[in-house]
Design a protein around this ligand. Structure first.
Ligand code: GLN
Length: 514
């Protein structure tokens, strides 16, 4: 049964609602007791689950941290919540976020305390990251064992990096989005946060969630595609992170693994602390027997711009339904009722915060007839190139492409060795470009202070997503794991990115690394 959190502090707002103490069973309520009993029978121990408040549950409102949805309660439950209940999840509450998932610091929230950012962890004066900041803090503080977040351009990975937790974004189409309020459909994924990688693979891989198609979500991969993807990955055992098919051995070393260091990620804005942590990770990988090679992802520098055209474009279309008629709240005085545009604009004017309005304006413009060719269409081209960069870098093919055998056998890339991260000694400076995983920081800096967040321009906030959006544009699995910074106690996240549907191996590798 659901229960009220004991450890929740009245001074923190990382939860928007906490699950009620008593369960009222109606015909539309999920039967938590039956799910719990079934889970125990299936060998899943109970665990506490916090759910980002843009994912529908039946017991509490689903607000998306938006004033217009403050009182909205969903008549159905998200598939992913039901899947987790059947695996032992006990809901403890709905967590705070940037309104509709738009932001990187969980400061763009209108609910429950408008204008008050979510305090970070372990330092409440620093950003918890966003947009799944409430979920990350709930996990970091121990209020929940696992939390659900959404990752459109990094919203699970960034808060994980800033709070010293693990954040996993699965391959696009693996986990159902039914019941998840859309921000940008072609990029949206549901991700998991936990204090260790094992907890995530226990549910997703060993718990079999990765296998489950959801007919209610048209972007959920069909059973036949899942089978095809799994066949391509056959031999790449979930338990053995070896690049040798059919070995299936337990993961004891990285001897057969090659990790790519994307040269283009060595940007000017990279903080020395993060760079040092990156170096430590590369040293650690080498100690574990792996090869570390440079990789070129030439389109990386355009990925951020492409993301910030595509995501707002899709958002502007998605958010059209919050008009005070279908969704969103109306002016209670009723003054604007019956007057078409006036009703809409009153509801939208009162319902949306600044960042959401900015995205709607941006998206409406880039989709307009005068701008679409120069912005939206160009961004889609960049997106294809980003995907091609990745397909050329990985030794595994993309199973969604014809044959899944990798693009043109993966041609040799041009490396500019002067671009190598300073002090990064590489085993083989000429490549080869064919790698198992890419390794790079999750964010260019450690968590910024609340003051720095306040002073930052919207563009500064977008910059934060520079390392997370490429994998989102390509739909690839990516994980952020905590790495201790060498000269500081501040949490720093390291990111591993894998080829499409290589999620199980990615999780095993991450688990061995930390
Ligand atoms: N910070 C990014 C944005 O604002 C990513 C958000 C997300 O992944 N939901 O769009």
């Amino acid at each position: 049964p659901v229960r009220r959190l004991a450890s929740s502090s009245p001074t923190s707002n990382h939860f928007i609602t906490e699950s009620p103490t008593t369960k009222t069973t109606t015909t539309t309520q999920p039967d938590a007791d039956a799910d719990g009993a079934q889970a125990a029978q299936d060998g899943f121990p109970p665990f506490t689950l916090a759910v980002k408040d843009n994912i529908a549950t039946l017991n509490e409102p689903t607000t998306c941290a938006s004033a217009g949805l403050r009182n909205y309660t969903s008549p159905f439950e998200a598939t992913v919540v039901a899947q987790l209940r059947r695996r032992g999840a006990v809901l403890v509450g709905k967590t705070n976020l940037d309104e509709f998932g738009m932001g990187s610091h969980s400061a763009n929230s209108a609910v429950p305390s408008p204008g008050r950012p979510v305090p970070g962890f372990p330092d409440p004066a620093r950003s918890p990251g966003g947009s799944s900041g409430g979920s990350a803090v709930a996990v970091a503080r121990g209020d929940a064992d696992v939390a659900l977040g959404t990752d459109t351009g990094g919203s699970v990975r960034l808060p994980a990096a800033y709070t010293g937790t693990v954040g996993f974004k699965p391959s696009y189409g693996m986990v159902s989005r039914f019941g998840v309020v859309p921000y940008a459909n072609s990029l949206d994924t549901v991700g998991l946060l936990a204090r260790d990688v094992g907890q995530i693979s226990r549910l997703l891989v060993r718990g079999g969630m990765w296998r489950e198609n959801d007919p209610n979500d048209p972007t959920s991969l069909s059973d036949s595609t899942r089978k095809r993807c799994a066949a391509v990955r056959e031999g790449y055992s979930a338990a053995g992170a070896t690049s040798e098919p059919s070995s299936g051995a337990a993961l004891t070393s990285f001897k057969r693994l090659t990790f790519g260091v994307p040269l283009e990620y060595n940007i000017e804005e990279l903080s020395p602390l993060v760079k040092a942590a990156w170096q430590t990770t590369l040293d650690q990988l080498r100690r574990l027997g792996a090869r570390v090679v440079p990789v070129a992802l030439p389109t990386t520098r355009h990925a951020l711009s492409a993301y910030y055209v595509i995501a707002p474009a899709e958002a502007s279309s998605n958010l059209a339904k919050y008009d005070g008629v279908r969704y969103g709240s109306r002016d209670p005085s009723g003054a604007a009722d019956g007057a078409g545009d006036v009703l809409y604009s009153a509801a939208r004017g009162a319902g949306f915060g600044d960042e959401v309005r900015r995205r709607i304006l941006l998206g409406s413009y880039t989709l307009s007839s005068e701008a679409i060719d120069n912005y939206f269409i160009q961004a889609q081209r960049v997106r294809r190139l980003v995907r091609r960069d990745f397909d050329r870098a990985f030794c595994l093919g993309n199973p969604l492409l014809d044959g899944g055998g990798g693009e043109e056998g993966g041609q040799q890339q041009q490396f500019d060795l002067t671009d190598l991260p300073e002090g990064v000694a590489l085993d083989d400076k000429r490549g080869p470009p064919q790698v198992d995983f890419l390794v790079c920081p999750t964010a260019p800096t450690p968590p910024p202070t609340a003051d720095e967040v306040r002073r930052a321009t919207p563009l500064d906030a977008y910059m934060n997503d520079v390392f997370t959006v490429p994998a989102s544009l390509a739909g690839l699995p990516a994980i952020s794991v905590p790495m201790p910074g060498r000269e500081s106690e501040l949490p720093i996240g390291m990111q591993l990115i894998g080829q499409f549907w290589d999620d199980a191996r990615l999780l095993d590798t991450a688990q061995t690394l930390v």
